[in-house]
Design a protein around this ligand. Structure first.
Ligand code: NAD
Length: 322
């Protein structure tokens, strides 16, 4: 029996994921909302949830404790502030918002309302990533020196979706995809003192050049000197989806194709670490519910969301300047 009243705003791809992840976490959402006619009703199924097409009505009627905000990025700030002002705890999908000023107003709204605000940095709930961070703290690979992450693939219809519309996305693949990579870098190594980026878009067999970048490489430097390389694309074959940290005495790789965490020692001997896989979204939502119930401290704060946005904004500016 659900002790918290959960709502979802935005019932597209990730809204559907949240719906099922909330159920897996033990909380069946009571209200779903999407401004596209029929979209919320289509997700309700036999859950018993109420479908809304108007956010104001949802917040007035549904008596929510928590809302997942699963809409395109440039809508995040206004919807988050509206929900917080209605005294609802908010988990907003990534990126928190496309500008630092918007992130600050979301943080201020949470403080004003005495409600929790978190951002959908789901990789912090992937057990292999949690184990990787623990292994770094335990000194398994000596002093961490370099971070490498590739999240790339082909989104064939991207030129027809909001992802390539700057008014809804607030950026391209840097804002959409590198946000996860940048947050993982901060999760492992803390804040960043330098970011550089190159980005491109061009006509391909998939379609015309986009109005936003579809392919990017970022380099990051942490405050204490760890270097990171991030590759992201919507129009390049995936290759290997992985995060690797190289240290002075070995490396750790989380391979998202096999979902395995592999340790390679200084002699090149590779060992797969036995980490049971779990669904990162239900782990993320279960954690947020625990925080709302006062049983845990937020693993992802509004400040984490804002810091990631600040890095992405700097990366986009650097990419445009060169
Ligand atoms: N954490 C992850 O791994 C992950 C994965 C995919 C998407 N996302 C993020 O989730 C968000 C949504 O992405 P998506 O892929 O689900 O998009 P989507 O286009 O599939 O769904 C978005 C839905 O929001 C609805 N919507 C738009 N404006 C609204 C408003 N003001 N009020 C209510 N509903 C509104 C649309 O009608 C649509 O149904 C984005 O911020 C995206 O970056 C996160």
């Amino acid at each position: 029996m659900s002790t918290l009243r959960i709502g979802i705003i935005g019932c597209g791809g990730i809204g559907r994921t949240h719906f099922h992840a909330w159920i897996a976490a033990g909380y069946t959402p009571v209200a779903l909302c999407d401004t596209t006619p029929g979209a919320a009703a289509a997700l309700v199924g036999d859950s018993g949830a109420h479908a809304y097409e108007d956010v104001t009505l949802l917040l007035a009627e549904a008596q929510l404790d928590i809302v997942s905000i699963c809409t395109p990025p440039t809508t995040h700030c206004a919807l988050t502030v509206q929900a917080l002002d209605a005294k609802v705890h908010v988990l907003v999908e990534k990126p928190m918002a496309p500008t630092v000023a918007e992130c600050n107003s979301m943080i201020a709204a949470a403080a004003r309302a005495h409600r929790l605000l978190s951002v959908g940095f789901c990789h912090r709930f992937q057990p292999q990533i949690v184990a990787l961070k623990q292994a770094l703290s335990d000194g398994l690979i000596g002093t961490p020196m370099m971070f490498q992450n590739r999240f790339a693939g082909v989104m064939p219809d991207v030129h027809q979706r909001w992802f390539s519309d700057p008014a809804l996305a607030g950026g391209g693949v840097i804002m959409d995809t590198c946000v996860h990579s940048v947050d993982m870098f901060r999760f492992f190594f803390g804040d960043v003192r330098r970011v550089q980026a190159s980005a491109t878009t061009r006509a391909t067999d998939l379609g015309p050049a986009l109005r936003v970048e579809d392919t990017a490489i970022l380099t990051l430097t942490s405050l204490d000197g760890v270097l990171g390389v991030i590759e992201a694309s919507w129009r390049s074959a995936p290759g290997v989806w992985a995060v690797t940290v190289f240290g002075t005495t070995g490396s750790l790789t989380m391979n998202y194709d096999t979902m395995q965490l592999v340790h390679q020692n200084a002699d090149g001997v590779a060992t797969t670490l036995p980490i049971p896989d779990v669904d990162r979204f239900s782990a993320e939502l279960a954690h947020f519910a625990s925080c709302v119930l006062g049983k845990a401290q937020l693993r992802v704060t509004g400040v984490d969301g804002r810091q990631a946005t600040a890095i992405l904004v700097a990366a986009m500016a650097d990419a445009k300047s060169t």
